[in-house]
Ligand binder design. Structure first.
Ligand code: ADP
Length: 644
């Protein structure tokens, strides 16, 4: 049922009220309400707005203005007994919608009221439509923004660049209601823009695939890095690649460079694009630029990763990377096959749960100490690998392993040969020495003959020393001194120093011995350990000019025995330091006629390695040299300050 329309009356004159209500408005179907209290007028109208309000001059001007202001859609009709044309004009000027007088006949009166009511209805309908239109447009904007947001999310999640670019263009077309859109990227080599993604509504296909940037509108967008929005007559002035009625071009900016253009077009429809469309397109262009940047970084990263992976996988050396807790972070093919492992069984696991090679595990256990830098390990299949340990900050430890089996074999064959030859040489040399001693007994010798014999004897003694060094080395390398016992180094040091005291005094050196009472016991071969100390101390004496200083120190550190032999001698040139442990190597700074075989340090190193220890040298020419040896302390070593 349709509600009757309501007309409110604020009139003083009862007769007028009566006439209007009973004779004219009610019969015409209006509901009529008389309002009397001016103070209650506004509150009443707020509850329900009538379709028109008739007032007379009993209403104060103040309330009247308040009504105009608060209820702009309420038709206000001025009622008066009579009005001259001038008075009517004044009332209209005051803002009334109509003027009624007591003289107007009922038909005229009703039609004035009807018109006012109709006008109000038109107003309200228009308002409603407007509201709806606004709501729809707001809803559309919210939808647009949501779509933009979704695309943004996809871009950060997707690394498939082409898919993202297609998505951007489709969204550009759909959000702007364009007929067509495309995305072109600048090809730096050719200077052309090349089509990367396109979307069109209906059957149309984007014809262009490649556009030079000079003398084109697109080129201008790239050069100026500014968007263009064109339509209608503006376009006819500009040469575009194909005929369009409206377009927007937005540059894709990466840093301070334009790397492409996102465009939308209307080719058939004469529908222009707005600033709002431009804003949407700019947001999409930003997304596309981010996606391109992401893809660029990802591809570069991936390429580097692949390169590294191929490198690590294909090198013949074993590579193993462990984290700070000795868990496997990376293990390459060579390493996997050497230990008979599968990659998936190793990654993330503790190294001693996947690799059971004791040499390697022992070396890694020592790795935290500064002494451990690498060593040799023997694999189950007999191969020997040289391992280098390199700490990597923030990662852990890298172990590189190089197969030295063939070198070891060569060394062994050579040593065997040298041992055999040395052995065979020993007897004739002994005979030569014996006969030189006999010569003097069989007849008198003159002074020159005696001198020559002395020289022969010195040379033969030199060769004999060399041979015994070679034989020693052969024995140590062949592992013939395997028998080891619990050793206290301190008496061995004292004994070695004692044996060399003549040599020491001859050169007038000052000796400093600092042997810590906590020096731990070691497992070792007493003869070889003493030989090791003697070789180092005799070198220190030999290579220190007369009246120098030298010393021997021992201490315990990290469950290891540290032995140092130092001197204030001639030192070793830095470039030659890596070679002094090689067989027969003698440094270039030796004074002329310094006797020696170049085997002493080789023997020392072999002895140290035979005892699972390490040796290195620190030396400054003209200032002195320090050799440091670290040997593992015997397990359960009860070294204590009172052990003598
Ligand atoms: P050598 O018989 O020549 O002493 P080593 O193998 O004992 O042979 O030493 C090799 C070389 O290392 C020596 O020739 C010398 O150049 C250098 N060297 C060894 N110890 C010292 C030292 N304490 N001071 C300076 N140079 C040394």
């Amino acid at each position: 049922m349709v509600e009757p329309k309501l007309i409110a009356l604020f009139l003083e004159d009862d007769t007028a009220v009566n006439r209007l209500a009973v004779q004219i408005l009610q019969p015409a179907g209006y509901q009529v309400e008389r309002l009397i209290d001016e103070a209650q007028l506004q509150p009443r109208l707020r509850i329900e707005l009538p379709n028109a309000l008739l007032v007379d001059d009993s209403l104060s001007k103040k309330t009247l203005h308040a009504l105009f202001k608060e209820f702009p859609v309420l038709p206000l009709i001025y009622y008066t007994a009579q009005a001259s044309p001038e008075e009517r004009l004044r009332h209209y000027q005051e803002g009334f919608d109509a003027v009624l007088t007591a003289q107007d006949d009922p038909v005229e009166t009703l039609s004035i009221v009807n018109r006012a009511v109709q006008r109000q209805e038109d107003w309200q309908e228009w308002l409603q439509l407007e509201r709806k239109r606004h709501t729809q447009s707001l809803e559309k904007r919210v939808e647009d923004l949501e779509r933009l947001h979704r695309i943004g999310g996809k871009i950060s999640a997707s690394l498939n660049l082409n898919q993202v670019l297609r998505e951007v263009v489709t969204a550009a077309v759909e959000l702007t209601d364009a007929e067509e859109g495309n995305l072109m990227l600048l090809d730096k080599d050719s200077g052309n823009l090349i089509l990367h993604a396109a979307h069109s509504v209906g059957e149309q296909k984007t014809a262009i695939l490649r556009i030079p940037i000079y003398d084109t509108l697109l080129g201008e967008v790239i050069r100026t890095q500014k968007a263009v929005i064109l339509g209608g007559s503006e376009l006819t002035k500009i040469k575009t690649a194909f005929f369009v009625r409206a377009l927007i071009y937005v540059p894709l900016l990466m840093g301070n460079q334009a790397i492409g253009v996102l465009g939308i077009y209307n080719r058939k429809r004469e529908q222009p694009f707005s600033e709002y469309h431009l804003m949407l397109l700019e947001a999409l262009a930003d997304y596309a630029a981010i996606a391109i940047q992401n893809a660029y970084y990802y591809t570069a990263n991936e390429r580097e990763r692949q390169k590294l992976h191929t490198l690590l996988t294909n090198v013949r050396d074993g590579v193993l990377v462990l984290d700070d807790e000795f868990r496997v972070v990376l293990i390459n093919e060579a390493c996997l096959s050497a230990f008979g492992l599968q990659e998936q069984d190793c990654l993330g696991k503790a190294i001693d749960q996947v690799i059971f090679n004791q040499d390697l595990i022992l070396m890694l256990k020592q790795a935290p100490s500064q002494w451990a830098k690498g060593g040799e390990i023997r694999l189950e299949d007999g191969r020997i690998w040289n391992c280098q340990l390199t700490p990597i900050p923030d990662v852990g430890l890298a172990v590189t392993m190089h197969d030295i089996t063939h070198l070891k074999e060569l060394d062994r064959v050579k040593s065997e040969f040298v041992s055999a030859v040395s052995h065979d040489l020993r007897s004739p040399l002994t005979a030569i020495l014996g006969y030189t001693e006999l010569i003097g007994r069989v007849g008198p010798l003159n002074e020159r003959q005696k001198e020559f014999i002395k020289r022969v004897q010195a040379s033969v003694q030199g060769i004999t020393a060399l041979i015994s060094d070679l034989l020693d080395l052969g024995r140590i390398e062949a592992g013939l001194d395997a028998r080891k016992e619990l050793l206290d180094l301190r008496p061995l040091i004292r004994q070695s120093l004692e044996n060399l005291s003549n040599f020491l005094n001859e050169k007038g050196h000052q000796l400093e011995v600092e042997i810590s009472p906590s020096t731990p016991l070691i497992w070792g071969n007493a003869v070889r350990i003493q030989q090791m100390i003697a070789n180092l101390v005799s070198n220190a004496i030999k290579y220190t000019p007369k009246g120098g200083r030298l010393g021997v120190r021992t201490r315990k550190e990290d469950e290891q025995l540290v032995l140092q032999v130092w001197d204030s001698g001639i030192g070793i040139p830095p470039a030659e330091q890596p070679y002094i442990f090689d067989k027969f190597y003698r440094a270039s700074n030796l004074p002329e006629d310094t006797s020696g075989t170049g085997l002493g340090l080789t023997i020392v190193k072999s002895i140290v390695e035979d005892h699972q220890g390490r040796i290195w040298v620190e030396s400054t020419p003209e200032q002195g040299t320090t050799f440091t040896i670290v040997l593992p302390a015997a397990e359960g070593d009860q070294s204590s300050p009172d052990r003598k």
